[in-house]
Design a binder for this molecule. Structure first.
Ligand code: SAM
Length: 211
């Protein structure tokens, strides 16, 4: 079945074929939020919380983490099953987040106000590799000038993908596409705090959208 169709992912959630799900928040994001690099919760003269969008959020463990820390969080997935689980968890914890059951590529039609940050984790490797250029074009539309794309790219590969998901991520391709759509690489690293099963197989890249 086609990975660009919600039903492919819904079926996997219904069958419990969700090997990508770590069962909890991403350690690298937790560390980022404790450090000085991730944008502060309160920004600007209005004092509003920074807005963070999480594309292809799945069960949204990172959405919960961001919401707990006070970020205005927008969670997007086109499979309703994990969003239902996430909605219940938010309700239980009395947290707020905006949940959008949408194809990410349709988001520009939603008239969303541009966000301060996108937190990308395992959405890029889930989409059809032929749409990777569209993905960065989308990021350029969703993120405000001067905003940030925090991408934890997994799984790293050296060859263009031939099978997936997950479709391997080739570093040079990400660099070229991000630059083409107006992002400047601020820093990157192979995190030490990755989940043990992913240690050394993912790279954190922090991009700033040109103003
Ligand atoms: C590999 S899973 C990762 C989920 C989550 N990021 C995680 O780390 O557990 C990919 C997720 O992206 C969603 N997805 C894939 N393509 C999408 C699209 N075009 N629009 C919205 N969601 C999409 C799938 O439904 C799935 O929940």
């Amino acid at each position: 079945m086609d990975v660009s169709v919600a039903e492919y992912w819904s079926e996997r959630y219904r069958r419990g074929e969700t090997g990508w799900d770590l069962g909890g928040e991403t350690p690298v994001l937790r560390e980022l939020l404790q450090g000085e690099h991730f944008p502060a919760v309160v920004q600007g003269a209005t004092g509003r919380a920074a807005r963070v969008l999480v594309p292809g959020c799945g069960y949204g463990h990172d959405v919960l983490l961001l919401a707990r820390r006070g970020y205005e969080t927008i969670a997007v997935d086109f499979a309703p099953e994990p969003l239902a689980w996430l909605a219940e968890r938010l309700r239980q914890e009395e947290l707020l987040a905006q949940l959008l059951c949408e194809d990410i590529f349709q988001l520009p039609d939603r008239g969303l106000e541009p966000v301060d940050v996108v937190w990308e984790y395992t959405c890029y490797c889930a989409i059809d590799p032929r749409r990777r250029s569209d993905y960065f074009a989308l990021m350029a539309r969703l993120i405000r000038p001067g905003g940030w794309l925090f991408g934890l790219f997994f799984p790293l590969g050296s060859e263009p993908p031939t099978s997936g998901p997950p479709f391997p991520v080739v570093r040079t391709e990400v660099l070229a596409l991000a630059q083409r759509y107006g992002f400047r690489l601020e820093w990157s690293m192979i995190p030490q705090t990755s989940h043990p099963a992913r240690q050394g197989r993912e790279e954190l890249m922090v991009w700033k959208k040109e103003g």
